[in-house]
Write a new protein. Structure first.
Length: 196
């Protein structure tokens, strides 16, 4: 469903409409995109959280998307926009009243990705503590949620060179392959998901 809202276009994902985007703005390092089973993702999408809206979300030159039925949180996302740093994505989520997304399951991650990042990379709210001594240590959700689910790609996190001595890659993103990788927080991605 599309509608003009204060001179901007608002894209709302409605359950059962089978929203699919062919846009592929994302991490330029990842050219060969694959997606997970769309039927399983669509089946996970149920009613939207009451009172959930994109009001207050500022997507730099992009589209605000209301994401329905992905768990119990209110989810919104930014897509097709100007690539921004993790810090800018985090600030956008905070201005909306939430945080960059934290995921409790693969089903929740697939649901959110289907709405805003099918075939594209997106920032997630996973950061590594500055005092971590190995690439695998010190990761936590910025929302404060328990880190009970992870979806790291093989060999990840690796801090770029396998050593944590330079603390080069302290932020995480969900890649075009859907699995997570660590990366510098100053990298640029055009998509991200917020929750509250």
């Amino acid at each position: 469903m599309l509608g003009a809202v204060q001179g901007r276009w608002l894209v709302i994902l409605v359950v059962g409409c089978g929203f699919h985007s062919n846009a592929s703005t994302g991490d330029a390092r990842e050219r060969d995109a694959t997606t997970r089973d769309d039927a399983a993702t669509d089946a996970a999408m149920i009613d939207a959280t009451p009172g959930c809206s994109t009001a207050g979300l500022d997507c730099p030159a992009g589209q605000e998307v209301l994401i329905t039925g992905c768990g119990t949180a209110c989810w919104v996302g930014c897509t097709d926009g100007t690539p921004i740093t993790e810090s800018a994505a985090r600030d956008s989520c905070t201005s909306w009243g939430g945080t960059l997304g934290s995921f409790a399951s693969g089903t929740e991650l697939d649901c959110v990705r289907a709405a805003i990042a099918r075939g594209s990379a997106m920032w997630i709210g996973l950061e590594q503590a500055p005092g971590a001594t190995t690439p695998q240590a010190g990761w936590s959700w910025i929302s404060g949620a328990a880190l009970d689910f992870t979806d790291w790609a093989s060999g990840q996190p690796n801090d770029g060179d396998g050593s944590e001595t330079d603390h080069a890659e302290q932020c995480a993103y969900s890649s075009t392959q859907t699995t997570w990788q660590d990366t510098p927080c100053t990298d640029l991605l055009a998509r991200y998901a917020c929750q509250r």
